[in-house]
Structures are given as structure tokens and as C-alpha cells.
Design a protein around this ligand. Sequence first.
Ligand code: ZN
Length: 250
Amino acid sequence: MRPIDKGNIPLDKNGNIKRVKDHKDWRKDLIDRIGDYCVYCELKLTVSPQVEHVIAANIASALKLTWENLLLACRPCNGAKSDKPCPPTTHYLPDMHNTYLAFQLNFQFNPKQDNEEGAFITYSSTLDANQKVKAQNTIELCALDEDTTNKRYPDRVTDLRWKERYSAYREANELRTDWDEWGNTMKDKFIKLLMKVALGKGFFSIWFYKFDDVPEIKKALVESFPGTAKNCFDISNDYNPIWRNLPNDI
Ligand SMILES: [Zn+2]
């Protein structure tokens, strides 16, 4: 899960702190700051990005329109999350922690969809026992290890996160092979092309993982995906991910 930093409250045309009447009024600002990707599953939000309350509006109505409390999510993540509580003490959150370090992919067959292979999310094997609990809470919050589609009606599927994630993984695999075979002999051109594909496809973490031994590509990913939290990657050490220096990060 890409760690993000959406920055301070946007200003209006007159340079004053922007006020909104509806939380959806932040949509354009959020896309400008963090790109049109679901902050939880990293899906590219080609259409209908949903402005999502981190703390649900019915838990904290005072935060209903508050910039700090709003992110972008896809429909399955937002729907699964609904109005469940997710304090940063018990959950890893992309704007609070270095969520890249908390999760990894899990390949499994989807029993709801003809046992087709897909990629689901699990906690990182490098976490300690407490961290795993915290990561698992986030996975369950957004159903990142599930297909939320009702299995009784397979033709009515809407939750295809597992499939898109798998497709991005395969594409990243192919481009990794290309990099090893010829891409690294024309680095600048290849990286430019790779960023185009990665930004079009989404899933920052998959690309970062597949090229985790290529610092110049990690740098390009961190800089190309809008609003990636730069303090989560050590620029003096090959852009390796580091925990974010905030309370409850670990
Ligand atoms: Zn999502």
C-alpha cells in the first residue's frame, strides 16, 4: 500500500483556506495531490473516484468536511470500510504510516470466479506479531484479501480488485524481464516508458517491489506517483523504504 502525503489544506482562488459545502468538493484537489488511485488497494480510479472519510462521518460528524479526514478510494474498498472505526493505533493507514512496509501480495485462486488465479493482499512476513495484527486489521477493514462480490451471482461481479492487481503484477513481471534483457542499456528511455505504464495501471507497490534492487526506478516511482510520502523512502540509501517518523508508525 503506497504511503501518501496529500499536503496542507488547499487554498481558494483568493489564497484563503478553501471551504467546502460537501465532502465531494475535495475530489479534484485530492486527485491533484495524490493522483486518481485508491489509497487502500492502489487501483487506478479511471472513473468514479470516491471521496472517502477516514474516520466515518457518523463517528465524528465534525470531521465530515475536513481535508485531513478525506482520501480517495474505490467502491469496493469504500464499501467494505463503510463506517467501521480505524484508529491509527490499531490500523495502518496510508497517510499516517509507511504502509508499503506492512503488506505484500498473496496469490490464490478465487473460488467465487471459476477458481481463476488472482492477487490478494496479506500482511508482510517481515512484521512482528503485533504489527501483523495491526496490518490484518487494515486488510479486513477494506476486504483487501477478499472478493466482496456475492458468490451467489457470479455474473454480477463488481469487485475485480484481485484481478486488476494480478494483471498489474504480470505486467510488472514482463517489464522487469525487459529491463534485465535490454532496458538497462537505455535506462532513461526505459524508465520514461515504465512510468507511463505504471501510472496508467496503478499499483505503485507492485512496481516498487518488482524493481526493489534498482534505485533509479524506485526514485522515479516515488517522484512520479503524485503525493507519495517522500519521508517513507531513504534517499541516501537507494530509496529503500523506512518507517515514517510519526507516533504509532510501527
Ligand atoms: Zn480500493
